[in-house]
Design a protein around this ligand. Structure first.
Ligand code: GRF
Length: 221
C-alpha cells in the first residue's frame, strides 16, 4: 500500500515532530513548515532529510506569511496535515478546505482547557478539588474553525500526582503525546481511522489497538 503523504506544521522545539518521524510507518513526511525561523524542530527535520521551510510574520496584523504557508501546502498537496505544536490560528477558509485532513495535538483532555497554559490550569483544578480531579492528558482531534475544537479522535490520560509542578506535569503529558500522535497518524494514513461528516470512525482493528494502548476514543467518551 502507498504511504500517505503528510505535511507537519510546527512552531518550536519539535518533540512531537521527532516522534512522528521516528514512528512513520504508514505515512511519509513530505515537508515540515514552521511559522518561526531557527527553531529546533527545523533542525530535527533537516537532520532526517526532510524538506523544511519557514514563513514568519513580518509586522503586527500581517497575515501574508500564512498565505505563503497555505500556498506551500497546496503545492505539495499532501493527504493530511499534522499540527505538531503549531501555535497560530489558521484561517477559516483554509481549515474548511482541509476538513477531515487537518489533525492537531493539544495538551489537555478536551473539551477541558482549550487554549494556552493547560498544565497550570489542570494543576489549579487539582488543588481546588483537593486532589479529586487528578486526570490530565492530551487529545488528538480533527481541526474545525473553532480553536482547539473539532471531533476528538483519541486521548491519552495520565494522573496528576501530589506535589507536581507545571514542568513535571508537562513532561508526563508530553510522553503521552509522543505515543498518541504517531499512532493516530498511522491509523489515519492506513484508513483505519476515518473522518466522515464531523464523525470519527474506527475499524475493529484500530479500536482493539486503542484499547491495548489504553487510549480513550469516542466510544469511551
Ligand atoms: C505540545 O505540548 C503540543 O501538544 C502543543 O505544543 C507543544 C509542542 O511541543 N500544541 P513540541 O514542539 O512538539 O515539543
Amino acid at each position: 500500500m502507498n504511504k500517505s503523504r503528510i505535511v507537519v506544521l510546527i512552531s518550536g522545539r519539535g518533540s512531537n515532530l521527532q516522534s512522528l518521524i521516528q514512528h512513520a510507518e504508514r505515512y511519509q513526511i513530505e515537508a515540515v513548515i514552521s511559522n518561526k525561523p531557527n527553531v529546533a524542530g527545523l533542525d530535527l527535520a533537516r537532520n532526517a532529510g526532510i524538506e523544511v521551510s519557514a514563513y514568519q510574520r513580518l509586522a503586527k496584523g500581517d497575515i501574508s506569511h500564512r498565505r505563503q504557508i497555505y500556498q506551500a501546502i497546496n503545492q505539495i498537496n499532501p493527504d493530511f496535515i499534522a499540527l505538531a505544536g503549531f501555535m497560530e490560528i489558521l484561517d477559516a477558509d483554509f481549515v474548511m478546505q482541509w476538513e477531515g485532513r487537518l489533525i492537531n495535538i493539544h495538551p489537555s483532555l478536551l473539551p477541558d482547557f482549550r487554549g494556552l497554559h493547560t498544565h497550570q490550569r489542570a494543576l489549579q483544578r487539582f488543588n481546588e478539588s483537593k486532589g479529586r480531579q487528578n486526570q490530565h492528558g492530551c487529545s488528538v482531534h480533527f481541526v474545525d474553525v473553532a480553536v482547539d475544537a473539532g471531533p476528538i479522535i483519541a486521548q491519552a490520560v495520565c494522573n496528576i500526582e501530589n506535589g507536581d509542578d507545571e514542568d513535571q506535569l508537562a513532561q508526563r503529558v508530553l510522553e503521552q503525546e509522543h505515543r498518541l500522535f504517531p499512532w493516530v497518524m498511522n491509523n489515519i494514513a492506513s484508513n483505519n481511522i476515518r473522518y466522515s461528516n464531523a464523525n470519527v470512525n474506527f475499524t475493529k482493528q484500530a479500536t482493539t489497538e486503542a484499547q491495548h494502548h489504553r487510549f480513550v476514543t469516542q466510544a469511551d467518551i
